[in-house]
Design a protein around this ligand. Structure first.
Ligand code: ADP
Length: 150
């Protein structure tokens, strides 16, 4: 049976830190779906459709990865695509506190799905979507942080 994982997140935008988590995740899983949560109550800067397109472009030579958007519960989306694992990245203790709560909630919602964490490569530890987004808003060149052109 194929080992399928979803890598859910806002990806506003998807960064080289996220890319590293996916590439390293491919040593654990046969297929990874980068899943952009399309949550209407949460406003975002880069449109979901644009980001799906850019992520698919970044992985155009890697057929084991694709991007999709989803609405509603992450654990339900995992079920719908046949994923038994939720992949997430960890940079620091702040991430840990949040990820711990999230993983407990997902475990409650679906005990059959495991959350799997990949610890950031120190090279990417300081990259966060929110900082990259701020830089972009104020006209800085963010291409060094992204695996595609924006
Ligand atoms: P969310 O809004 O769900 O936290 P993000 O798009 O900010 O979504 O992040 C998705 C996942 O990627 C999270 O698990 C986050 O901790 C992880 N992540 C973000 N940036 C990095 C990075 N530079 N290195 C490793 N993991 C990261």
């Amino acid at each position: 049976m194929k080992r399928i994982a979803i890598f859910p997140g806002s990806f506003d935008p998807f960064t080289n830190g996220h890319l590293d988590v996916v590439l390293r995740g491919l040593t654990l899983f046969d297929e990874i779906i980068v899943a952009i949560g399309d949550n209407s109550s949460k406003s975002r800067y880069f449109e979901v459709g644009l980001m799906v397109e850019k992520i698919n472009l970044a992985f155009q030579d890697e057929p084991r990865v694709r991007a999709e958007s989803y609405k509603g519960l992450t654990s339900r989306f995992a079920n719908a695509v046949g994923a038994k694992s939720i992949l997430r990245g960890l940079r620091n203790t702040t991430d840990f506190e949040y990820e711990n709560t999230l993983a407990q909630a997902n475990k409650y919602l679906n005990p059959l799905i495991e959350t799997v964490f990949i610890i950031t490569d120190p090279k990417y530890a300081a990259i966060s979507s929110s900082i990259v987004r701020e830089m972009y808003k104020y006209g800085a060149d963010i291409t060094p942080f992204l695996p595609y052109r924006i």
